[in-house]
Design a protein around this ligand. Sequence first.
Ligand code: CP
Length: 302
Amino acid sequence: MIYKSLVSINDYSKKEYIEILDLAAEFENNPIRETLKGKVIATLFFEPSTRTRLSFESAISKLGGKIVGFTDSSSSSVTKGETLYDTIKTVSNYSDLIVMRHPLEGSARYASEITNIPIINAGDGANQHPTQTMLDMYSIRKTQGTLENLNIFLVGDLKYGRTVHSLLMAMSQFNPTFNFISPDELKIPEGYKYFLDNLGLKYYEHKDFTDIISRADIIYMTRVQKERFSDPIEYERTKNTYVLKNNMLTNTKDSMRILHPLPRVSEIDIDVDQNPKAYYFNQALNGVFVRQAIITSTLGLI
Ligand code: CP
């Protein structure tokens, strides 16, 4: 099993992805345990969150652990000028593991290099969101019965969407075909295309997906990440580019499922919610079991 920080999705091997998913399935069957009794987990959220923080805290509570931390850095000594270095060094004295979300790319890696306790990256800027990816993969495997050879549509903000970046890297181990659907301003960064090119994987870029939607196994919708734009006019221009509506799903595969890391703004109409192909709220639930698996694995308690 895995006894190490999870900073990048590439910190896990393909074998380790499967181990975590299998363990998460065990937690789904039996989520209430005392595995974390006597352990203290710090949740440091320097950026807002609903699902990631609460599902981590739910996961810890169900395992009998205790939680310390903050949900808003303005209530911490960061407002007095304390550095990330000093915050991590200090919190390491009070906890067995730190779950951290921070707006700066690379902050989780930095934190992992200055402390002896494990760090779990709960999102660092536009870079990575590896625990989201693990629950996305869990949701994909659960709904498709496999992770192999799937046609995955990634729709929306592919430039700033950290969940997209982590998911692309992890799923690249399972021979996917990617369809990238975005406006020009929010295309998948070139580095990720080089990454896929080097692996010989197929990908296609589109501005619209209505004509090809019948090919999708997974449609992964994303929010346009307002907080990452330096130009508010560009955000206004792109924010409503894609709105998935129920009547667009008529010719989709029966097995196709719609995922979204959430929060949703306007990119999935609420008329989709009643469609059995809408899976995003189940996906959010899966986050509890997957995070139970990641925490216990990281602490070597399984
Ligand atoms: N999916 C996700 O990261 O949601 P939150 O920002 O609410 O944590």
